[in-house]
Design a protein around this ligand. Structure first.
Ligand code: SF4
Length: 372
């Protein structure tokens, strides 16, 4: 929900201060918004993204450059595959949508593919909204929107998002299509990559829902998206329907939290600034003043991962061992606490985590003794 004007203006001013004088805001794209859902508890990422800080530049200035992002080779390969999927007016793409999501509808022998070019992101967003409205006024027809532009309100400012495609079904419902260049082997793909694609698609679903809410007929945005990938080791497209309800709910919650980033900003010391122009020591202190919840998943989702991992390892935090380990260890937050509890030097013996650690330590000691 957009912020009231005065509150929104004050927040934008505060976020500009955090970003640094004359540092332009880095626009959030769907990949960045989706990554928020990969680590929903991280206040550091929330404030940096909310303030539009360029985290790639920040990571370099901190001395831990990011290795995050797609290589040029992967981008070129992805673009070539997408062009193949959308060839002939999207005939193959529409066939896959029909087969995987809407077999009851008439097969898409002919489809409308409206022209979506316009000036600037605002113009393209308006053109997309118009095309979607026209599509639902043509019931019984399939419509393919190739690279539409959607806007999503993030912390009071619009983030412009560009899904690979949106399909309007003959019943007027809308489906998000994600085209990826990682392979689908025997009908299934790498779960981590599918998860990342699902989170990204969930952001588009939210943005489409915002468009739908403004239309009188409020068309249904389908919560199953179509993921299109190369089949096995070929360049032929295959597809799978992916349910993104969970990712949609997590991302919606995260975005709501982002619109309250003033709460995080209020906890920061006066004068805190994340400008990459600052000396490394000052910048490190600013970044460390915001709590982070590092997890190994950050390595594939956040530009600051190397910095946060180093800090997490330095402090012996169990979060660097992964979320599942952290959850198993309950209130034991450092490796030192864990070892001390296992040795019987600290910890409540009635705590199930402490009891399990002591039992594991005992079994290990017996096994080691048996090997001697
Ligand atoms: S790398 Fe750091 S800032 Fe980024 S999500 Fe992980 S803990 Fe948060």
């Amino acid at each position: 929900m957009p912020l009231p004007r005065t509150r929104g203006t004050a927040l934008r001013h505060r976020l500009a201060e955090l970003r640094g004088p004359d540092v332009p805001a880095k626009a959030l794209d769907a990949r960045a918004l989706a990554a928020l859902a990969a680590n929903p508890g991280c206040r550091r990422r929330a404030i940096l993204d909310g303030a539009g800080v360029n985290k790639t530049a920040l990571a370099s200035a901190l001395g831990s450059p990011s290795a995050f992002g797609q290589s040029q080779f992967a981008l070129t390969r992805g673009n070539a595959f997408e062009a193949k999927v959308k060839a002939d007016g999207g005939a193959e793409l529409l066939r896959l949508v029909h087969e995987k999501l809407d077999r009851a509808a008439e097969p898409p022998a002919h489809a409308r593919v409206p022209e979506l070019t316009a000036t600037g992101p605002e113009g393209r967003t308006a053109r997309t909204a118009l095309a979607l409205r026209e599509a639902i006024e043509a019931p019984g027809e399939w419509t393919l929107l190739d690279h539409p532009m959607l806007a999503l309100d993030v912390a009071g400012s619009p983030a412009f998002l560009e899904p690979d495609a949106v399909v309007v079904h003959p019943d007027g419902s809308w489906t998000v299509v994600e085209i990826k260049s990682f392979p689908m082997l025997d009908g299934s793909a790498d779960p981590a990559k599918v998860g990342a694609a699902a989170r990204q698609a969930a952001v588009y679903v939210l943005a489409l829902e915002a468009v739908a809410a403004r239309l009188e007929s409020t068309p249904r945005v389908r919560d199953r998206v179509l993921l299109v990938c190369p089949k096995d080791f070929s360049n032929l497209p295959t597809a799978s329907a992916v349910d993104v309800r969970k990712q949609r709910a997590v991302t919606a919650r995260q975005l709501e939290r982002l619109t309250r980033i003033e709460e995080i900003a209020d906890t920061l010391p006066a004068g805190t600034c994340f400008s990459p122009e600052l000396p490394a020591a000052e910048l490190t202190a600013a970044v460390e003043s915001v709590p982070a919840t590092y997890a190994p998943e950050c390595l594939s989702a956040c530009e600051l991962a190397f910095h946060c991992r180093a800090r997490s390892l330095e402090s012996g935090a169990v979060t660097s061992l992964g979320r599942s380990v952290r959850a198993e260890l309950g209130g034991l937050t450092t490796v030192e606490d864990v070892l001390s509890a296992a040795r019987g030097e600290s910890g409540d013996p009635d705590d199930p985590a402490v009891a399990a650690l002591r039992r594991a330590a005992q079994l290990r000691a017996e096994a080691v003794a048996g090997c001697r």
